[in-house]
Design a protein around this ligand. Structure first.
Ligand code: BGC
Length: 734
């Protein structure tokens, strides 16, 4: 027997907003050899056996395309189960399945839809086994969590909890959807203690944890029976130093506790918050910093890269990128952790995926998300804007967003050398590209491409070249962006087909057609890109759309200069901007943009005290005002995509497409007199690779490249010629 034979149960009595606590007693004989619990819930669960928590997965079973796949977990619970009576308890919160915010239609989470399925298998020393499953014999009562919502927070009432037990009902469910969960559990990974205690000009008491994280505060209270404690989580203090919650939109981000008089160390269990600050409302006792610890929760990932250079602000920016990744890799790669979105926006993940795979081992994390993306792909091949599909992300087929279906598997294959990224996703990848081709040809005369395949989508999201700085969509023509990504995806299929030994001739032909169309409609005879924006030039260079990259690079450098030596790019252009400059002989301009501290730039936010990457270049404007609250997250990793330029171009540590997973490595640092030292390291399956350079007072640069045994390593000399390196440390002075 397994979980598939167990029964789904839910409370017979509608508990409304209150989260149910399912429980049962099971009795086992002597000589237990092992015990295994398979479990999942509609909602999010926390299980315990004999009072001890099972596993450390926060918000299990995680978030998936529930309509098609219901993940379940398997835990070894041998140490928790004992001979004789055992009490199994499972509290089920509303989770992503039942979340509600006003903008999602309603913020009522009634009636209660939560349900549970589980099976506990005990194996005995004598080879026999016993199974204990969820069925009608279980009972349920109201847990102390009387309200839980991913967006709004949690209310725990320890005071009024009644012990009354109710019956459960079994109900039918398609158990073929049960899916033994891949992916990475979300766990408590960091603790930040001793916050500063601030009194705001309005007289409110606020805890400042000094950095933005995603998670919650664990705190100790002594207990006043019936007294309510309330915590309001938020990201920013306003210009006057008062609490600012407007940018949360309708996400309430509150935690309330009704005390029962007992001293407790408490944390909410079915929600998370994006925050740096917490307002304590009407706190009944002295606020002692040592009683409060912020706990960062995210998918457990191994850190793989390290980076440092001689510019302290850049180093800070790098750690902000890492923090934004941690704060947004919570089972699903989310856009932001605080407002009423927290969704797996596909474009954000697409642009950030290369940097993500440098920072942490995201292989299993993205395998799981890609499995959901495959399920969310529409019958006609189109790909959604968010995965899992959600009420906000109902748009399908947005260029740069939907292309994640091709770009992400390819980037992960390159980062890890794991062919299964291509094997598992080949069907999704080709169906998406075929879909674009169908759209392009449907609009065309004589089967020749004469239109962009779409003129729709999110465009160069949040760029600065729209005269209205608050506008979301930039100036670069959406059809141009669509064609550029279409070409990129077709070219990736040609390469992926080669890896897999598939016949990709059709995609080679398709790619040539797209290029022919693109070049005849978008590029002048002298190589000038007609769509005269920074992002248009970036895409033409980065996606190999022009055969005169030098002209496009010069145009890009000119546009940057004309803008006042700053970028105007949005999500789409910024990801490749510095690479495009470096690859066309303008590394100095790339450095100028990276080193710029004034608005707009990557470091501008750092000068304003950012501890994570902001959603907008102008999240806080130079005059100190916030950008429009409707779209102003302070923890959004998309612009952090540039970090891969720091590692690959500044420090010079690069993978090799034809020998992926760092089986080969090319060291190609691009130095600049404004930086005297840079170092990046990367832990790979073959060992740690390090690229480091230091320029001394005499102007000479010393390079130190460390190569693990068995890795083929090359160094590209400034003139372009290539030198082979040996395992161990290679020192070169030039
Ligand atoms: C999200 C973005 C996302 C975008 C789509 C926003 O609301 O926060 O990061 O990619 O919508 O355009």
């Amino acid at each position: 027997m397994s979980i598939r034979e167990a029964k789904w149960i839910k409370s017979k009595k509608d508990l409304g907003e209150v989260c149910p606590l399912f429980f049962a007693e099971s009795s086992f004989g002597a000589g237990i050899k092992s015990a295994t619990l398979e479990i999942t819930a509609l909602g999010v669960y926390e299980a315990s056996i004999n009072g001890v928590r099972v596993g450390d997965f926060i918000l299990a079973p995680g978030w998936a395309s529930y309509a098609r796949r219901q993940p379940y977990q398997t835990y070894d619970v041998t140490t928790l189960v004992r001979e004789g009576g055992n009490l199994i308890e499972v509290a089920v919160g509303k989770g992503w399945r039942f979340h509600k915010c006003k903008e999602w239609g309603t913020d009522s989470i009634k009636p209660d839809g939560t349900a549970l399925i589980a099976s506990l298998t005990v194996e005995y020393e004598d080879g026999s086994s016993e199974e204990f499953i969820t069925d009608k014999s279980w009972k349920v009562r109201a847990s102390h969590t009387v309200y839980s919502s991913i967006y709004n927070g949690e209310i725990d009432d320890f005071y009024r909890t009644s012990g009354e037990a109710y019956a459960v009902t079994e109900f039918p469910y398609d158990n073929s959807r049960l899916d033994c969960s891949v992916g990475v559990p979300v766990t408590e990974n960091e603790e930040i203690g001793s916050p500063a205690v601030i009194t705001t000009p309005k007289g409110e008491t606020v805890l400042d944890f000094g950095q933005e994280i995603t998670g919650y505060v664990r705190f100790r209270f002594t207990g006043f029976p019936g007294r309510k404690l309330a915590l309001q989580y938020f990201e920013m203090l306003d210009r006057k130093g008062n609490v600012y919650t407007k940018n949360l939109r309708t996400a309430r981000q509150r935690n309330e506790v009704i005390q029962d008089g007992n001293e407790r160390v408490y944390a909410p269990r079915f929600t998370f918050f994006g925050f740096r600050y917490v307002r304590l409302e009407d706190w009944p006792e002295e606020v002692k910093p040592e009683n409060f610890t912020a706990v960062a929760v995210y998918s457990k990932m191994e850190r793989t890269s390290e980076f440092e250079c001689s510019d302290e602000l850049i180093n800070k920016f790098y750690s902000n990128v890492l923090r934004s990744q941690r704060g947004n890799f919570l089972d699903v790669p989310t856009d932001c952790p605080q407002r009423n979105e927290r969704l797996g926006w596909t474009g954000d993940a697409q642009v950030f995926s290369r940097a993500a795979a440098l920072n942490y081992d995201v292989s299993d994390f993205f395998k799981k998300w890609l499995a959901d993306l495959r399920l969310e792909q529409r019958e006609d091949g189109s790909v959604p804007a968010t995965c899992p599909v959600s009420r906000f992300g109902t748009g399908y087929g947005s260029p740069g967003w939907a292309d994640v279906a091709v770009i992400l598997p390819w980037n992960m294959y390159l980062a890890y050398g794991d062919r299964s990224f291509l094997e598992d996703n080949w069907d999704m990848m080709t169906r998406w590209v075929d879909y674009m081709q169908d759209c392009a040809l449907n609009k065309s005369k004589d089967g020749q491409m004469s239109h962009p395949w779409t003129t729709d989508g999110y465009g160069d999201w949040l760029s600065l070249d729209n005269p209205d700085l608050e506008a979301a969509v930039g100036k670069t023509d959406k059809g141009y962006i669509a064609t550029a990504y279409f070409a990129l995806c077709a070219s990736i299929l040609v390469k992926a087909g080669r890896v897999l030994g598939k016949d990709a001739a059709a995609y080679r032909g398709m790619h040539e057609d797209i290029l022919r169309y693109f070049r005849s409609t978008q590029i002048d005879g002298d190589g000038k890109i007609r769509e005269n924006t920074q992002t248009a030039c970036v895409l033409a260079i980065a996606f190999d759309l022009t055969d005169d990259k030098k002209a496009a690079g010069d145009q890009l450098a000119r546009l940057i200069h004309e803008a006042g030596d700053h970028l105007t790019t949005g999500f789409i252009g910024s990801a490749y901007l510095l690479h495009a400059l470096t690859d066309t002989g303008h590394a100095d301009v790339a450095y100028t943009l990276m080193l710029r501290r004034e608005f707009p730039s990557w470091l501008y936010a750092v000068t304003k005290g950012a501890t994570t990457v902001w959603e907008r270049w102008n999240g806080i404007r130079p005059d100190g005002k916030f950008a429009k609250a409707t779209m102003n997250s302070f923890n959004h990793y998309a612009y952090g995509a540039v970090e891969d330029w720091l590692v690959c171009d500044m420090a010079g540590l690069n993978l090799v497409e034809s020998d992926p997973g760092y089986a080969s490595v090319i060291f190609a640092p691009k130095t600049d007199p404004r930086i005297t030292h840079a170092k990046a390291s990367l832990v790979t399956a073959r060992g740690k690779i390090i690229s480091e350079w230091t320029t001394g007072g005499d102007g000479a640069t010393e390079y130190v490249f460390t190569v693990p045994e068995g890795v083929r390593a090359y160094y590209t000399l400034p003139g372009g010629s290539v030198q082979e390196l040996h395992a161990g440390e290679n020192r070169i002075k030039q």
